[in-house]
Design a protein around this ligand. Structure first.
Ligand SMILES: [Zn+2]
Length: 271
């Protein structure tokens, strides 16, 4: 990618991010890795909806500014992704409300509910909490970057990356859209997961079509553990966050029990 294209597309994606409420104030950041290895990144303390091409910062791979503009303080997260993934040329980080609600609730986006998401994104794991702009955050993300194309960061937000800026943005949008559908389906009584054999077929289609490679079989979260598909490198990282089935000791009640509990609660407030 050349510098002029990167500057133009970062400004365009910044306004999409702001218009869609993926960020407010000076939240979020976007970067691209140029063909010569330099990084073009959004500047520090700037609203993503009001950037100009001239306002962007340029750095080397250590994050050192090469011009007058200072890059975002969260650039370290982008640099980690570029170092771990030579195929990645662009990173988008934001706080989209539905995806971030999962991150705040301590949940990954890892249920097999949408065929197209399995085809194009895979599951989105949750990296444990780390203070933004410190090594705590990058160390929490490190084991997950290799086999995923988007991550949630606990009590913070989401990041997605790809071979160009539009692929990184598309993945962030898919993450947010999936999180929104997952939340809405819960209101309607819960989602119906795809069965393991349907998931296997989707994985075979996505590899044949080149949407995601075999490396994505090694994803840490979600539904691949239940299929017959093996991780070719054998280095599937373990997730350390609480899964939905163990989170907070989930209990189930019949409708009668629930009504009884609610009426007891109402009665106790009256007295
Ligand atoms: Zn952030």
């Amino acid at each position: 990618m050349d510098e002029q294209t990167a500057r133009r597309e970062i400004v365009r994606i910044g306004s999409l991010m702001y218009e869609r409420s993926y960020v407010v104030s000076s939240d979020g950041n976007i970067s691209a890795r140029l063909d010569d290895g330099r990084i073009v990144a959004t500047p520090t303390m700037t609203c993503k909806g009001r950037m100009t091409e001239e306002s962007l910062a340029v750095t080397d791979m250590s994050g050192k500014a090469l011009g007058n503009q200072r890059p975002s303080s969260e650039l370290a997260m982008h640099l980690l992704i570029y170092r771990e993934r030579p195929d990645v040329k662009a990173v988008c980080h934001a706080h989209p409300p539905h995806g971030t609600a999962f991150a705040v609730a301590g949940l990954a986006i890892d249920q097999p509910i949408l065929s197209e998401v399995i085809l194009t994104l895979g599951c989105v794991p949750l990296a444990s909490y780390g203070t933004p702009s410190t090594e705590e955050l990058t160390e929490a993300m490190r084991p997950l970057v290799k086999h995923h194309n988007a991550l949630l960061m606990a009590n913070h937000g989401a990041v997605a990356y790809g071979s160009d800026l539009w692929q990184a943005w598309d993945r962030l949008e898919t993450l947010e859209h999936t999180a929104k559908i997952a939340i809405l389906s819960r209101i309607l009584g819960g989602s119906k997961n795809l069965p393991a054999d349907a998931i296997e077929k989707l994985i075979n289609v996505r590899e044949a079509a080149g949407y995601l490679g075999e490396s994505a079989r090694c994803q840490a979260c979600g539904y691949l553990h239940e299929t017959q598909l093996a991780c070719p490198s054998g280095d599937r990282p373990m997730m350390s966050y609480p899964t939905e089935s163990t989170n907070g000791g989930k209990i189930s009640l019949t409708r009668e029990e629930l009504v009884e509990l609610l009426s007891q609660a109402v009665d106790s407030r009256k007295s």
